[in-house]
Write a protein that binds this ligand. Structure first.
Ligand code: GUN
Length: 621
């Protein structure tokens, strides 16, 4: 996979298949090889890039079998783009054992020219015992290992029922495959057990090879797409667009409606203006099914497009937060999702403002990261003062009071912010500075958080209007040093006797200069960009491998001249790297080549092989 855009575990990415590239997230409509009633140009006009069909159904039907072997799968299905084939596992789940072995069904998929070939995995049921699920996970892995890949894209489904550790084990093992469907989840999807799905997807994803496309098998209803994508799913297949149509039911991004119950088709529906619901009900069944299937397909791709836009503007989390209210089962899924800490995958800042609705918004990964920092920031022996909203609110402060406290004390200074406490000095940094808040703080949560902070540093008080008179320190120097502490995860002061240049129009810090050299500049999101001089300082302050990627000499020569670092040249790296944060590009002897911004987190760095890993902004030459 090559990543184009990302928001935590969600990504817009692409990968190659023999019949063309696929850009994800996307949905593969299920095509019935017996009854293919949507032609390629119709499918494409809805946004379809790839389809999925079942090799087992083709193999056991003599006519289809011969046709596919003679003319190829693409001719049989009449689709010229990428086609994935499933193996018959689902049929064995529904009807019992099937008559082909793993090898036979995989060889057949190869012979008919499938683009993504699925092994015959062993389906694990949600109510299966642990031991039984475990042996199916192992058997599925054995079946993967008996396959000769021959440069083909081989899908190795992740199984493991609802057991988190089995999903992790399976995802780790199956990462030997080139493509990772998450299997055994259809019964959960059908019974709206979305919170179990969250658990399964999260555990599968974090133990998998991040360069693999991840597919949710059977996850064809648009109401759950955003949740799955947020947890790192790239592809879905959908039989639902046709299954629901046969049932006279319509898919919407928030749920399902019966044709019987609706008054009008929405404007976006391909049925709108052609039929009223009443007229369609009286239309002959084949025609009606076709129209409803088109509506459902449209609904699916509208949702996928919205999700992609959300990833691009970094608001997928907000979208999921919104969608959580469309069904109690989704709300439960959201509440279980926020228990997982994904702050290690979170970028330093987001393109869009931070939306604070209520205390649940504080589960956003960027807030989790700031809360961890706050706890670290006060874990010293200094007095800690909390400045209430009477003196400080985002963008509004009593200048004289704040200046007096900052310059005349050496206290840790916190401010009250949306029901938690955070360092005052992050006041110009994301998300404090780019905030849209309801202002509905939770008093109980605030009290609990204070207790938590007191367990770390007992010497905490609220500011009560005292005046201090001895000037000890400089406001802006404290600010840039605290930002550096947060950004570079250091406990020492990064800047010393710096000359801080501010913008004449906004009064914001712009450049930080020492001995006539720019050390750093302030980004619009209130974080620092290091110059090469600044990078040398970071290198000397952070012990190896902190915030580094190590590249070979050949790449290093280019990077030293300001060219980007590509994944394939990386030899090692720090797993603590934060996407969008300053990253040092060094040689194996820890000599600096360049400084730039990481494209992905340090946890993901290992897996990707194509694309830009570090966007270099200055090389040593
Ligand atoms: N289709 C729906 N679920 C599954 C699964 O677990 N494995 C395979 N191969 N196909 C599926």
């Amino acid at each position: 996979m090559e990543i184009l855009f990302r928001e935590n575990l969600a990504r817009i990415a692409r990968f190659k298949t023999p019949h063309g590239e696929i850009e994800t997230p996307t949905v593969m409509p299920v095509i019935n090889p017996n009854l293919n009633f949507l032609d390629e140009s119709t499918l494409r006009s809805y946004g379809v890039q790839a389809v999925i069909t079942n090799s087992y159904i083709i193999k056991r039907n003599q006519r289809l079998n011969e046709d596919a072997l003679r003319h190829g799968l693409h001719s049989l299905i009449k689709f010229s783009g990428p086609i994935m084939t499933d193996s018959g596992t689902f049929q064995s789940h529904v009807y019992g054992d099937i008559e082909y072995s793993n090898k036979e069904i995989v060889d057949f998929q190869k012979a008919i020219g499938s683009d993504i070939i699925t092994i015959l995995d062993v389906f694990t049921e949600p109510d299966e015992s642990y031991n039984s699920a475990r042996s199916k996970v192992i058997e599925t892995y054995k079946r993967l290992k008996e396959i000769d890949f021959e440069d083909k894209i081989i899908a190795g489904p992740v199984q493991g029922s609802i057991y988190p550790d089995l999903r992790r084990l399976s995802a780790y093992l199956m990462s030997d495959a080139s493509y990772l469907p998450i299997g055994g989840v259809v019964p959960l999807l059908e019974s709206y057990r979305y919170s179990d799905l969250v658990k399964i997807i999260f555990n599968s994803k974090v133990s998998s090879d991040f360069s693999r496309p991840v597919h949710l098998f059977g996850g064809g209803h648009p109401m759950f797409f955003a949740f799955a994508v947020m947890l790192g799913v790239d592809l879905f297949d959908s039989a639902s667009y046709i299954k629901y149509a046969k049932d006279n039911r319509l898919l919407y991004s928030e749920g399902t409606r019966a044709l019987n119950d609706i008054r009008e088709f929405p404007e976006w529906s391909p049925i709108h203006g052609k039929y009223t619901p009443q007229e369609l009900l009286h239309e002959e069944s084949e025609k009606r099914t076709r129209m409803l299937a088109l509506h459902n397909l449209k609904s699916i791709f509208i949702e996928i497009n919205e999700i992609k836009e959300r990833i691009y503007e970094n608001t997928l989390y907000n979208y999921v937060e919104e969608k959580a209210r469309s069904h109690p089962a989704l709300f439960k899924a959201f509440m279980s999702m926020i228990n997982y800490d994904t702050s290690d995958y979170s970028p330093l800042s987001y393109k869009s403002p931070f939306f604070y609705y209520d205390k649940t918004s504080l589960n956003h990964p960027i807030i989790k990261r700031i809360m961890k920092f706050t706890e670290n920031y006060i874990s010293n022996s200094r007095h800690t003062l909390i400045i209430s909203s009477k003196y400080w609110r985002p963008g509004v402060k009593n200048e004289n009071v704040i200046k007096n406290i900052v310059e005349c004390t050496d206290f840790n200074l916190l401010v009250s912010w949306n029901g938690i406490y955070i360092p005052l000095f992050l006041e110009d940094s994301y998300p404090v500075q780019q905030l849209v808040s309801s202002g509905l703080n939770d008093k109980k949560l605030e009290e609990d958080y204070l207790k938590r902070l007191k367990s770390i540093n007992n010497d905490i008080e609220f500011y009560e209007g005292e005046h201090y008179d001895k000037r000890l320190r400089d406001y802006d120097t404290e600010k840039i040093n605290t930002i550096a502490m947060f950004q570079f995860n250091i406990n020492e002061r990064f800047f010393d006797k710096s000359n801080i240049i501010k913008s004449k129009s906004t009064g914001h810090i712009r450049n930080i200069i020492e001995d006539n050299n720019i050390i750093a500049t302030m980004r619009n999101d209130g974080y620092l960009t290091l110059s090469i001089k600044g990078a040398y300082r970071l290198l000397s302050m952070k012990p190896w491998p902190g915030l580094r990627v190590v590249v070979d000499d050949e790449s290093g020569r280019f990077n030293a001249n300001g060219y980007n670092v590509f994944f394939k040249f990386i030899k090692s790296f720090d797993t603590g790297i934060i996407p969008g944060n300053e990253t040092l590009v060094v040689s194996e002897d820890d000599d600096l080549y360049a400084v730039g911004k990481a494209a992905v987190s340090g946890i993901e760095m290992y897996y990707y092989k194509s694309g830009v890993a570090v966007k270099v902004h200055e090389g040593i030459n």
